[in-house]
Design a protein around this ligand. Structure first.
Ligand SMILES: C[S@@+](CC[C@H](N)C(=O)[O-])C[C@H]1O[C@@H](n2cnc3c(N)ncnc32)[C@H](O)[C@@H]1O
Length: 371
């Protein structure tokens, strides 16, 4: 998978949450879910409707998708709240003063051809927002997705779709699960390893969507420095590697069997020293004829079909312990592993012996073929 998570990790740690999703990326993902939206209430709960392309996507496609309702709420902590109406190329402030920035919500139950040009497009959405039917209303609180009024809106929703703050991803997903909501959201690839997230993946309560090409996203950015190499920099964007869509809506790719062409041999697929499983270093090379436990890289999740394989666990940290992984390294083994990889930490790693050298793979998910 992508190798440079610097920017996204920074988002998690320094709460750099202000970058915005491009319409093209939303379209590319959501085209796979069309059948899920008919008659549904969609809630975008981290979205300033005047800024968010999620709002724009659902408003323009309201009739095409057959939505029942679209709700968007925005957060008072957002530096853009109430200041820009960039979707429509103008600027407006709702409230007495520009400094009187308050979060608001928009609820839409229909989008009509208001300008009578024979089509429903962004101009009609703009007219709707300026009419009584579509006018934004102020929230009482700060628009935090965890606030009482936003939770009331969440209860009303069928599907939540957004790019939430990465710094609050664990809490964000926990709330969706607690309220038993369907969702399509963007998150950091590292979230796969969170002890709060991985069990949801293992238990088939959350999986990967179709994703960004090479797991790299370009997000609209006016706040942060873009660390991308100049050849990869796009003006007005921040390049974010290790980014993916997470969902619990059924998608076709989840039912496609991986075509496996390699046969098992003990030479090619060595067992770990401290766990009864073979090491498979590339997802495409999962042997087609091995019935025991296998350790595979995270890329497996892109191809995971729950009818073909069962996920047993993650071979690291407390999640590793819960599947019986015990490192119990001697000082000698520890220094051998550290010599091989200076950033090596104890943390219950899985490791193997390759020609007398102990090796810890980057990350391994333990899987088993289903009969
Ligand atoms: C990564 S940005 C994405 C914005 C928008 N969803 C999009 O995709 O363009 C995350 C957004 O979540 C907002 N946010 C941060 N903390 C929040 C909270 N506690 N509740 C709701 N929104 C929050 C931020 O202000 C920011 O605008």
């Amino acid at each position: 998978m992508a190798n440079n998570n610097k920017t996204l990790s920074a988002a998690g740690h320094a709460k750099k949450d202000e970058f915005y999703t491009q319409l093209v990326d939303i379209e590319n993902e959501l085209r796979h879910y069309k059948e899920h939206f008919k008659g549904k209430v969609v809630f975008c709960n981290c979205d300033d409707p005047y800024e968010s392309n999620f709002f724009k996507y659902f408003a323009i496609n309201f009739n095409h998708l057959g939505l029942k309702k679209l709700i968007c709420t925005c957060y008072a902590g957002s530096p853009v709240v109430y200041t820009q109406l960039s979707l429509f190329g103008d600027e407006e402030v709702i409230g007495e003063e520009p400094s009187d920035k308050k979060p608001y919500k928009i609820e839409i139950t229909h989008v009509d051809d208001l300008n009578g040009d024979g089509a429903v497009d962004l101009t009609d959405v703009e007219l709707l927002l300026r009419s009584v039917d579509g006018k934004p209303t102020l929230l009482k609180g700060d628009g935090d997705f965890r606030s009482v009024e936003c939770i009331e809106l969440l209860k009303e929703a069928d599907i939540v779709v957004t790019n939430p703050p990465f710094s609050l991803f664990r809490e964000y997903v926990a709330q969706l699960v607690a309220y038993d909501k369907k969702f399509i959201i963007i998150g950091n690839q590292n979230a796969i390893h969170y002890k709060e997230i991985f069990p949801l993946i293992r238990d088939n309560k959350l999986w990967l969507g179709f994703g960004f090409q090479g797991n790299v996203g370009f997000f609209i950015n006016t706040h942060y420095e873009d660390y991308a190499k100049s050849s990869q920099h796009k003006e007005g964007m921040i390049r974010v590697s290790g980014v993916m869509w997470y969902t619990n809506l059924d998608v076709t790719k989840r039912h496609e069997d991986m075509i496996l062409y390699k046969s098992y041999s003990p030479e090619e697929y060595p067992k770990y020293e401290n766990y009864d499983a073979i090491d498979v270093s590339k997802t495409a090379e999962i042997p087609c004829d091995y019935d025991g436990l296998m350790g595979v890289p995270d890329t497996f999740l892109d191809k995971y079909n729950p009818d073909q394989f069962e996920i047993i666990g993650l071979a690291e940290s407390s999640l590793g312990v819960s599947i019986g992984l015990s490192a119990n390294l001697t000082e000698e083994q520890l220094s051998a592993l550290k010599a091989e990889n200076p950033s090596f930490r104890r943390g219950n790693p899985i490791y193997r012996d390759k020609n007398g050298v102990l090796k810890k793979p980057y990350s391994r998910i333990i899987i088993k073929r289903k009969k």
